[in-house]
Ligand binder design. Structure first.
Ligand code: ADP
Ligand code: ASP
Ligand code: MG
Length: 438
């Protein structure tokens, strides 16, 4: 029999009505056997995600503030869902225990993880499914990295015992038993882990959009949906800010070549987007698959005559950046120049010291730092075969009156990344979308 793993995001489980929708989707297909749930998300634009509220509680406790009234709002989110569903389920003991554990300083990740823990308990009860606590089946190593093989073995063994189960997303445990979460949006990774361990035929990721769109719908009005995208394109797009799916969700399913299907809980009739290992026939109608981007970057420009001929020059620069824990997101170089694009957040407090140190190790003629940049990635497997894509991107951007600070084409020819000023970000995305898709 077929087996599907389904993950529901926060917006799909934000209130009673959404729980009912989710249950009817699951019950409509008996092959939807394992369910991964997020914490309740926003019900309206100005609402708060429960995960954010839990982080606030943690900070309040750290600042010795009283959380009683604030925590009560979280309590009401859950008790409201339970009573709306007419469930005979008393969750007050759990809520009280979590509050006292947070006050006893059980850690930031513990606090954040309780959003998915509680929501999954409720969903399991409502569906009549078993509950599997992620802390017993998802493991991290001492250095904080995800322990994929230990997790896969434990998850596989546990799933075999359950025909149907709900597993909370976002967290697992450290070797010493404390709770650790993935980075934000990490329930997508949990879904992928469960799909791999159960050797699922399909991993359905249910959210509030009808699939991956060719651009961020908050910037471009009604962007076209992407019907099929490869793992690698998806990784480029997610990493560059297309927030639909966590960029690391690809890794577990990649091991088994499992397809991911992004679906819309509010429009279950829509087919959504298929994310597949590879595509052999290319029926893609457009040259590019999508465009995405992120703000918050800076460029460190290093100039020195004949740097290209100097042995170990680049190595010294990278070593220096490493020492300050700064990652190079993109690199552009000429014979006498080298430009490292880095995250402004990573750079901020260390900037002056770093520049002094870079001068010392490179003896550069000039080093400047330009902040307030955004990166925009144009991604598409179709770009490889066609000539002149970079020129079209350039002319579209300059046609919009935007000045390009840097351009970087990855050697895979799967993407072209441009750096522009943050104030030109929206304009640039729109201009590229219009050039290739409209
Ligand atoms: P969930 O709560 O289901 O995990 P997320 O908020 O993590 O959902 O992801 C879905 C959101 O991603 C959408 O509501 C949309 O605003 C945003 N988004 C950003 N870029 C894109 C894109 N290219 N296509 C679709 N959605 C996008
Ligand atoms: N609830 C977590 C977050 O808000 C994880 C997730 O939604 O995937 O980041
Ligand atoms: Mg998400």
């Amino acid at each position: 029999m077929q087996l599907k793993v389904v993950k529901f995001g926060g917006s799909s489980l934000s209130d009673t009505e959404h729980f009912m929708r989710v249950a009817s989707i699951i019950k409509a297909d008996p092959t939807r056997r394992y369910v991964v749930a997020s914490a309740p998300g926003k019900r309206t634009d100005d609402d708060q995600k429960v995960t954010d509220m839990l982080y606030t509680c943690y900070n309040m406790i750290k600042n010795r503030e009283d959380i009683t009234d604030y925590y009560q709002k979280i309590v009401e989110r859950y008790t409201g869902i339970i009573s709306g569903l007419n469930l005979n389920f008393d969750i007050t003991g759990e809520l009280e225990y979590i509050k006292s554990a947070m006050m006893a300083r059980s850690g930031r990740d513990f606090a954040a993880s309780r959003g998915e823990y509680l929501n999954s308990l409720i969903l399991a009860k409502y569906l009549g499914f078993d509950f599997i606590d992620a802390e017993n089946v998802i493991f991290f190593k001492d250095n904080g990295s995800f322990d994929e093989e230990k997790t896969n073995e434990a998850m596989k063994a546990e799933l075999k015992k359950h025909k149907n189960a709900v597993i909370p997303g976002f967290y697992g445990s450290m070797p010493n038993g404390t709770i650790k979460t993935f980075t934000r949006g990490g329930s997508d990774i949990t879904g992928s882990i469960v799909a791999r361990a159960s050797n699922a035929d399909l991993y359905e990721n249910w959210t509030d959009v009808s699939g991956f769109l060719m651009a961020d719908p908050r910037i471009v009005k009604d962007p076209l949906p992407i019907s099929t995208v490869t793992y690698r394109e998806l990784r480029e797009l997610s990493y560059m800010g297309a927030g639909v799916l966590h960029e690391d969700s690809i890794f577990p399913v990649q091991k088994e070549g499992i397809t991911i299907n992004i679906r819309n809980t509010n429009h279950p009739e829509d087919e959504g987007t298929l994310i597949v290992p590879n595509m052999y026939t290319d029926e893609n109608e457009h040259l590019i698959t999508g465009v995405a981007g992120k703000k918050g970057f800076s460029v460190i420009n290093i100039e020195k005559n004949r740097m290209g001929g100097e042995f170990g020059f680049a190595a010294r620069v990278f070593k220096c950046l490493d020492n300050y824990a700064i990652h190079t997101e993109h690199l552009a170089s000429g014979i006498d120049t080298m430009s490292h694009i880095v995250s402004t957040k990573e750079l901020n407090s260390k900037m002056d010291e770093l520049v002094t140190e870079l001068h010392r190790v490179t003896d550069a003629d000039n080093i400047t730092v330009d902040t307030g940049l955004a990166l925009v990635a144009v991604v598409g497997r179709g770009m490889k075969e066609s000539k002149g894509t970079a020129a079209r991107i350039f002319s579209a951007i300059s046609g919009a009156g935007v000045n390009v600070r840097m351009i970087d084409q990855g050697s895979s020819e799967l993407n072209i990344v441009v750096a522009i000023y943050e104030s030109d970000y929206e304009k640039t995305i729109q201009a590229i979308y219009n050039e290739f898709i409209k």
